[in-house]
Each structure stands twice: as C-alpha cells, then as structure tokens.
Design a protein. Structure first.
Length: 641
C-alpha cells in the first residue's frame, strides 16, 4: 500500500540539485535558455502542500529539475531549452485562446496571454451560469500561460456532458469563451493525463521552437506532502517559454499528526456507579471495568454519589477501593442536599442561603469519611446538574457563583468541581472564572453534554482550569426505557468521545457503568458483566490513551465529518496513539502522516459490528507516512511501538 510514497531526499537537497543543474546549463551555447515553469497543484479546489514537481528531460532522463509546492500549492522551477533569439517577446495583446482540444473527453488546456503582471482568475461555468470550477492563480508574469482542466468541479466530481463557458479575469479585463465536454468522446487529439501533448505551450510546427526540449512532468509525494496525492505523470511536454502549468490531482484522505503541537493532558475515561438506584458492582465487574487486558474496558475514572444520608456513605467504599487499587481515580457528585439544609421555594428545592457554610461542611465531611476509609476523592462536585429544577437540588447561576466565591474554600483535601451543568452551560461557569476568588476556589470546570455544551472552552484554558465531561448517555427514550443498544448508537458514542477530546476536554465520563445501554450489561440483553458494543468502543480510547498522555494536533483533509481522528502521545515513553472513526458505510483508505517524531510501526485494534477490539498485524511507517484501510463503520486505534 505504500506505492504512493516514493523514497526521496529532503526539499533542500532538491533545491541544491536544481541549482547545480542550472549552473551546468549556464555554460551552454548562445541559444541555450532557462525558462521558468510555475503553477499551482490542487486537489479539487484545495492546495497540495509539499508535493514534489519533477521535470525529466526525455532526451536524457538523467537530467531532472525539481521543486516542492508551498502551503498554497504553488511551485516554480527553471528548465533549459534551445530557442532562437527574439523568441521571448511581450505578447502583442491581452488574450484568451480557444481551449485545446475542443471538444474534449478528459483533459483540456486553456492558454492566455498577459501584457503585464496581473492577478489572474479563471472560472468555468455551466450553460446556466453556475460556477463549476475556480482557479485563483494569483500574480502571473508577463507572457503566455495556461492551465489544464480535467473536467471536474470544485468538489472533485466529474461534470456532466455539455457546453461550458470559461472566463479569464486579469489586468482589469474579462474574456469569455465556450468549450464542450463529452465523456464518451475518443479522438487522437485529446489530452490524456498519461500522454500530454500541449500544442498551446509550443506548437510543433512553429520554427521559433525547433529543437526545444521535451519533458515528462511528474507530481509525487514527499514525506511532507499534505494531503497525500496519487502520483500523476504527463508525457511529451514541450516547453519553449516561461509558462504556467496548474493541475488538479486526485488525493487520498489524509490525516496529519503533529507530535510537537500539544493540546490538553488526558486524565482518563470512566463511568458512574450510583447505588441509590442500582445494585453495587461485583468484584469481577470492577476488574473488567478497570483492567487493561483483552476484553476489559481500561477505565481510569469512577464516579460515585454523595448521598444526602450519611448512613449510606459506607456502601460506596468497597467498589471505590477496588477501582482505586486498579489505578482509577474517584470523583463524586451530590444529587440532593440534606433535608435540614434545604428548602422548597416556588416548587424548586434549593440549599438554604443561610446554610451554605453547613453545606460546604457536609461535602467536606464526605471527603474526610472516604479518606479515613482508604478512598481518595480526586474531585468533588458541588452539585450534579444544578440547572435541572424538577428532579434534585437546584442552583441558579447567582447562587452557584455565591457558593464558589464565598464557601467553596471550606471543602478541603480534594479538587472542587463546578458547576456540572446539564449542558456544560458557560453562562453558569463564566462568572465563576471571571471572578478571582471564585476562580481560585474552583479546581476543575465540569459539565454534561445532553443536547449542548460540547465545545472548547478558551476561558477555562486561559484561567488554567481543566474541563471535564462528567456524564453522558446517548439516545435516551422515555427516561431510561428502551435505550438504543444498536451499533449506530455505539458509533455515536465513539463520535462524542472524539469530539470531547478534540474540544480539549481532559476527561470523558459515561453515566451508568453497569447497565444494558452502557459499557457493561446488567443482564438484560447480554450476560451480566459482559461488555456491550458501546463498551468496546469506549475501550478503544480508555485502554490505550492513558492518564498523563497529551493530545496532539491532528487534521483531516479533505475536511469531512465522516472520518474523525484524534492523536495522543506519552512524553515519557514516546508512545503514540491514534484513534480513527470511519462513519462511512464502506471501507475507506486513509493516509496518516506523522510529523516531528519517529514512529516505526503502528499496531491496529478495531471495533466494528463484527469485531471487538480485534488486534491486527503491525504496520510499518515509511518516512513518516502510512496508508491504512479503515473498515466500514468502525473505530480503529493505532498504537506505536
């Protein structure tokens, strides 16, 4: 699969080689001239960065002239050609030539003349006047230039047969001509990608260019090419004067991972064990949830409840200690305030305003109790979903701000978490972060993403606060009855994890850990304690992306919501982990380009409708690139050696 990835030298060696070749040709006879070839390489309408453009002299293939495209897809190089004196003259007028060939079935050349340097744009329209393809070529030099249109629109799709208009805009002047595309046409004069005869560049019967050099043009990948392209070759290209050759090439969906561009630290992935409504986990369930072996979830966060009744606190100790012994951290949230601290106003239950200090003491007592029984509470929330007014204790934005500013400091020995709103509502957390005292009393900004709130939080980052997603479940129907257990729902769960990580969240915590619609079944559809499809999808992250890893920059080209990818690294071991989701219903070939780091091999683990974290063969990474095939509707984790 690496046929698209030729072994080549770095770009500066190309430049040195080009300079050396040009030096040799500077000693040629009087009629040896160096002409400039420039242009732009794109995929559809997007530029190709770092592609190798190579011109090979067909009379002596040892003579090769190279350039590498810049971030805008532009390139420029010089090649020697034999010409007669006086050939390089300024065009007599501004002009747009008839495309050649016309009609055409695959590729056609469009030539234009400039009397002075100008910003050039060529747009192809259909007969209804709708834009089909745009070439924004930038500043072009005086002389004759051309582009090559391959009959594709701005999205890279073949256009329908018919008549098209092409318009040149430059020097403040506009010219328009017609052409015809016919996909079924077969004619000797057509310009095919593999056999490019360019009469508009240099007409073979023109006495001025007799003896000019003929070249093969190749477009290839380098280690830095983005996106990865399918190499393209154009033969028998006669170049007689400074000219522009702009081409569109096909590309492979490309993921670029930059190991030097670091985002958030990862604290972990986990779920909740709430005993007010569900039975406690068994020892084997705890081991399967927090173990990291095959068939285990690899979770590193357990969320429990701070019940209003202190007499029930001991119920949470056993499972919390087991999870902690397996390397997990424990966080806790209250749903209800003790009745002696609460009141009902206009039908809404709230903590009495004169009891905020006692409420802080209540939370502090829970933390102390758990610590005295061997459980360290890593993070303690002030209230689960304070913006829900009809089910448990409610807090307004002003009330939450008041508590965080004036009372949260009374909670000792743990990270205070707030506001944990239903939709990660920044209207509740912004006032806290913007007040110096309230912000100082807040260690972790947390929230849920039920119908909203899944977005990056620049203000929290600015204030040096981590953002945790502390509860979610997907596709709820009728308050827990008939939850979606389909593979589609499992894939959507993977999507939310990807999106939370891409939004710089430090942790992802599901709702019930043992429940038929969660990561581990409670016996309703599968055997009790067996992992569900959602569980296997979650383990694609939790088993391999470990606490302390950092997310690194990753981008996808062309931009699509159906291929999602995040990447991580361990600074101590140099381990790299890449998690990719293919939400297409067909397998997809994807090129992964790793920059600023060494990766020798990647081992894939895949979950799909037919697989459960299935390990594949080690895949070699060549010059920082690898081309992989993602199974249809799947999640694949690639782990470096």
């Amino acid at each position: 699969m690496n046929n698209y990835l030729p072994k080549i030298a770095p770009s500066r060696i190309y430049s040195f080689f080009l300079a050396s070749i040009l030096l040799i040709f500077s000693s040629f006879q009087l009629f040896a001239q160096t002409v400039s070839i420039s242009g732009r390489i794109t995929t559809s309408r997007w530029p190709v960065d770092g592609a190798l453009i190579r011109f090979i002299d067909e009379a002596d293939t040892t003579l090769q002239f190279s350039a590498v495209t810049d971030a805008s897809g532009n390139y420029q190089l010089g090649v020697p050609t034999s010409v007669q004196l006086g050939q390089f003259s300024v065009p007599k007028d501004f002009g747009l030539a008839q495309n050649y060939p016309n009609p055409f079935s695959s590729v056609t050349a469009i030539q234009y003349n400039l009397q002075r340097q100008a910003d050039v744009q060529i747009i192809v329209f259909n007969i209804l006047g709708r834009e089909v393809r745009e070439y924004s070529l930038g500043m072009q030099t005086t002389g004759s230039h051309n582009i090559v249109w391959d009959g594709r629109n701005n999205q890279g799709q073949r256009v329908a047969d018919g008549i098209y208009l092409y318009r040149l805009q430059a020097e403040g002047i506009t010219r328009v001509k017609k052409m015809m595309f016919s996909s079924g046409l077969a004619q000797a004069g057509d310009i095919h990608p593999a056999n490019f005869a360019a009469p508009l560049l240099a007409k073979q019967n023109d006495p001025q260019v007799a003896g000019s050099g003929t070249y093969t043009m190749r477009i290839e990948n380098t280690p830095a090419t983005y996106p990865v392209v399918i190499p393209k070759q154009i033969d028998h290209l006669t170049v007689a004067k400074d000219t522009t050759i702009s081409l569109s090439v096909d590309n492979i969906t490309t993921a670029r991972v930059d190991l030097d561009s670091v985002h958030q630290i990862i604290r972990g992935f986990g779920a909740s064990n709430i005993l007010l409504w569900r039975p406690d986990m068994t020892t084997s369930e705890v081991e399967r949830a927090f173990g990291t072996g095959d068939g285990q979830l690899g979770f590193t966060i357990l969320r429990i409840m701070v019940e209003a009744d202190k007499n029930r606190w001991p119920l949470y100790i056993t499972t919390a200690k087991k999870a902690q012994d397996l390397g997990a951290i424990v966080i806790a949230s209250p749903w209800h305030a003790p009745s002696e601290l609460a009141e009902t106003v206009n039908g809404i239950n709230r903590v009495r305003h004169d009891k905020y200090a006692e409420y802080a003491s209540h939370l502090d007592s829970f933390n102390t109790f758990m610590a005295n029984n061997g459980v360290t509470i890593y993070g303690l929330s002030v209230q689960n979903e304070p913006d829900i007014t009809d089910q448990w204790t409610s807090w307004t934005t002003d009330e939450m701000f008041d508590f965080m500013k004036n009372y949260a400091h009374l909670i000792n020995g743990t990270n205070v978490m707030a506001p944990e709103s239903f939709q990660f509502r920044k209207v509740m957390s912004d006032p806290i972060l913007n007040d110096s005292m309230a912000c100082a009393n807040t260690d972790i900004v947390c929230g849920h993403i039920y119908g909203g709130g899944l977005a990056s939080y620049p203000l929290a980052e600015e204030k040096g606060k981590e953002s945790w997603m502390t509860e979610y479940l997907i596709n709820e129907l009728s308050h827990g009855i008939g939850m979606d257990t389909s593979w589609t729902a499992a894939m959507l769960t993977g999507q939310t994890i990807n999106d939370c990580m891409a939004a710089n969240m430090n942790a992802y915590v599901w709702w019930y850990l043992v429940r038929y619609y969660g990561p581990m079944c409670d016996g309703k559809y599968l055997r009790k304690g067996e992992l569900t499809k959602k569980g296997y999808v979650m383990s694609q992250y939790a088993r391999f992306v470990r606490p302390g890893d950092v997310r690194v920059e990753s981008t996808i080209f062309p931009p699509t919501n159906s291929i999602r990818l995040t990447a991580y690294k361990d600074n101590e071991s140099s381990k790299t982990v890449i998690v990719a989701l293919n939400q297409y219903t067909t397998p997809m070939e994807v090129a992964i380009s790793v920059q600023n780091g060494e990766v020798g091999t990647l081992t894939p683990y895949t979950t799909s409708a037919a697989k459960d974290v299935s390990k594949g063969d080690d895949l070699p990474v060549t010059e920082g690139k690898i081309i992989v095939t993602l199974a249809a509707l799947s999640v694949t984790t690639f782990v470096s050696n």
